[in-house]
Design a protein around this ligand. Structure first.
Ligand SMILES: Cc1cc2nc3c(=O)[nH]c(=O)nc-3n(C[C@H](O)[C@H](O)[C@H](O)COP(=O)(O)OP(=O)(O)OC[C@H]3O[C@@H](n4cnc5c(N)ncnc54)[C@H](O)[C@@H]3O)c2cc1C
Length: 441
């Protein structure tokens, strides 16, 4: 029997959720039901798995169990970049691998984007939800400038398109005098993550059922099936897809193999668009891996700025509200240096959320128990990686031969982390050094 030692908790008020109208959640499970496949977790991985299962076999009875409200978890509270190119948050360069590995990664990421594009088209989602506008990488000094040029060389090697921008050109986009250079990569899609995840869940239909506020508390094998207990119900399913990212460890899987890292965001109040020149919407990741992500978004007749910065190592999968506030104070100063014309604008929402990294940057993917397939270990890029892992997990469950399964199964297995206390000391020191090295970026 596998019992959850811990359940997820969401910290701070996610601006993405707060911007949306109230939504009636799907019901929680309050009965005993039977399914072909049970999916644990309704983030990018879980919802993608459910969709792929129903595409492969429309008659399949699929049950998705989500501990929280759909869209409140990490998949609905990220910065909204579905990135199509190698972008390792933990690597010294953002490419972080061989050409061969990069090409396989790109294949995964573009399949993930293809899924989002198909959903957007089928359901008529606008650019406020799913916008294939690309992203910028921005630098604030010579170190960042050099990183952009070195990343450009890696993209040349891969035959990928990009456009370099000088100081003036990046200023015309961002309206900020703070950037020294930039690069535009056209393949990234920008989403309103909470809206995307909610719509995704709402688009799944019978015989796929999504239950919100229904954590899987335990599962055990009985008569060749898995019996999953939730607070008020029971699901009996032939197979399980575990799509709860770092909380796979709460069931005892991937012990000492998942590095639990949180990151933080703040979203400003609305401002009158003419106060900031440049484009009305744009999105920029930092040239240096531990730097600051910024997005300008439109919200009705006003605009808002999103700031995402800081990674913290939290092996207990929990943070305190004080960590959200402390990251927020730094967000404020990052915001002030970048947007002098918006002086005095307040941050209206602040939040944090979890990511699960592995030491060697590979996903925690594959069969981990009889008829239990894991699509976990997002490595900080879950909008692309977890979506791809969810699709592949569904293929694997149904025994479908697919390139996605081949690619994901072909990666090494997650490496054992160093023992404690060396891990905590090493992880915290490493992040502090990288944070310090990223300086103002
Ligand atoms: C502030 C921030 C910014 C980020 N920006 C980006 C970005 O721009 N692009 C990007 O690619 N990534 C980004 N990330 C990372 C990204 O959000 C994650 O990689 C992604 O959400 C992982 O998706 P997932 O489906 O694997 O896991 P999750 O989104 O964590 O989903 C797992 C779900 O499982 C549920 N769950 C857990 N345990 C149980 C249980 N026992 N029973 C039932 N349900 C359970 C959780 O409630 C959760 O909803 C960011 C993260 C944060 C916090």
């Amino acid at each position: 029997m596998y019992t959850a030692s811990k359940l997820p908790k969401n910290y701070g008020s996610s601006g993405w959720v707060e911007m949306l109208p109230r939504r009636k959640p799907k019901p929680s499970l309050e009965s005993t039901i039977t399914a072909d496949v049970a999916v644990i977790g309704a983030g990018f991985a879980g919802l993608s798995a459910a969709r792929q299962l129903s595409l492969l076999d429309p008659a399949l009875r699929v049950v998705v169990l989500e501990a929280a409200l759909v869209g409140d978890g990490a998949s609905g509270r990220n910065s909204g970049f579905i990135i199509d190119l190698p972008h390792e948050v933990n690597a010294d360069d953002l490419g972080g691998g061989s050409l061969d590995r990069s090409r396989r990664d790109i294949k995964l990421y573009r399949t993930a984007i293809g899924l989002g594009a198909a959903m957007a088209e089928e359901h008529g989602w606008g650019k406020d939800v799913f916008d294939p506008c690309g992203r910028f990488s921005v630098a604030r000094g010579t170190q960042g400038d050099d990183h952009i040029l070195s990343y450009a060389k890696q993209l040349d090697g891969l035959g990928e398109k990009y456009r370099l921008l000088n100081t003036q050109e990046i200023r015309e986009v961002t309206g900020s005098p703070a950037y020294t250079s930039g690069m535009h990569m056209p393949g990234t899609v920008m989403i309103q993550p909470a809206d995307y995840i909610r719509r995704f869940a709402d688009a799944l239909h019978d015989p796929v059922q999504v239950f919100e506020q229904t954590p899987a508390l335990s599962f055990e094998r009985k008569d060749n099936a898995w019996v999953i207990k939730t607070p008020k119900g029971v699901v009996t399913a032939r197979k399980i897809i575990l799509a709860n990212n770092g909380h796979a460890q709460s069931f005892g899987f991937f012990k000492s193999k998942l590095l639990h890292v949180f990151t933080y965001a703040s979203l400003s109040e609305r401002f009158d668009p003419p106060r900031l020149p440049g484009q009305r919407t744009w999105a920029a990741t930092p040239a240096l891996p531990m730097g600051t992500t910024i997005r300008r978004i439109s919200d009705g007749d006003g605009d808002r700025i999103l700031v995402r910065w800081r990674y913290s190592y939290n092996p207990t999968l929990t943070i305190g509200e004080s960590q959200v506030s402390s990251a927020g104070r730094v967000h404020d100063s990052k915001f002030e240096t970048r947007f002098p014309t918006l002086k005095g604008l307040r941050m209206e929402h602040r939040w944090g959320g979890p990511m699960a990294l592995t030491w060697n940057g590979v996903p925690a993917f594959g069969e981990i128990e009889t008829d239990v397939i894991s699509a976990c270990g997002c490595n900080g890029l879950g909008a692309s990686k977890s979506t791809a892992a969810g699709i592949a997990a569904a293929d694997m469950v149904l025994g479908v031969k697919s390139e996605m399964v081949d690619i994901l199964s072909g990666y090494d297995k997650p490496k054992q982390l160093p023992p404690q206390p060396f891990l905590t000391i090493g992880a915290k020191t490493n992040m502090k050094i990288k944070e310090w090295r990223s300086g103002d970026e």
